[in-house]
Design a protein around this ligand. Sequence first.
Ligand code: NDP
Ligand code: OXD
Length: 320
Amino acid sequence: VTLLVAVSGWEPEAWAKRLRRLMPGRTVLTTDGQGLFEGDDAALAEVRYALVWKPRPEVLERLPQLEVIFSLGAGVDHILGLPQLPDVPVVRIVDPDLTGRMVEYVVWQVLHHHRRGPEYARQQSERQWRERRQPAAHEVTIGIMGLGVLGQAAAVALGRLGFRLAGWSRSEKQLPDMACFHGTEGLAPFLGQTDILVALLPLTPETSGILNYKLFAQMKREGPLGGPVVINAGRGGSQVEADIVAALEDGKLKGASLDVFETEPLPPDSPLWSRPEVVITPHNAAVSDPEALTRQIAGQIAAYERGAPLKNLVDTARGY
Ligand code: NDP
Ligand code: OXD
């Protein structure tokens, strides 16, 4: 049984080495999105499992025995957007290691804006000692867009810190200590009570460009932080960066933390780089760690071969 690790922008050997250790007796092939087994169709014909992150479009088309595609990330837009997707199950990452990293990122960025990080950074650069009013956590509502694995885990951590919570999802939900909204009708009332928006949405046709000027204009205006803040660690395709800049310019937004971008890496001429009220990180809110995640994938393959159903299956029609 052969596995193929097909990634671009990542080092495939880091994954392959660990898989060979965890699954002795298997052949593990790799491609990094550059060379692609030119002429080696015999080796590719043996591949039953493909582990992918932004694979080159033609890679998966050359695997006649493919049984399962494993996304090496929690998001699957990099797979579902391929022009010829083989008709096999797609499994995504749900893992405490990745979830824990995302919770850290969200808590870090919420606290940065809540504790007036951008203002104190500016004061420090001007050697200015000036105390600003600090609202208590319970005065601030964090609105979480996307109440899936990551959104719910972030909510639990923020709730422990005492923040008020609102959440928005596609389907109706009832979650403890949270005002839950859903669907198009639920969006305006959700935004109307949100001081800090945390977007943890998958990229689908419905969520593409959803973080736009019209949405920012519906957020709570007279909040304790002096203006709404947006944090996006879902996908860059969900945000309209020109609208974020326009909203920061005219005060519809007070600050932003962005881990994902319309174009990655964020181009050097983006106006976002030079704004002190914007925190930019290079799509690493929750990196996929080969050590943690290969263990999970090897376990899934072993269970699948014993006849157990695959876990964390993607609904390809729904898009996540
Ligand atoms: P889940 O699939 O568990 O959750 C997705 C949530 O989004 C669900 O609550 C879903 O609603 C909601 N949603 C989807 N479409 C809509 C819509 N049209 N309107 C309203 N809500 C919608 O995903 P995860 O929580 O595991 O991950 C979320 C995303 O985070 C990933 O898809 C990925 O893009 C991104 N990510 C980013 C990382 C980074 O490093 N920056 C790392 C890992 C993930 P419902 O519950 O009703 O289905
Ligand atoms: C993911 C990511 O989807 O890293 O896991 O973005």
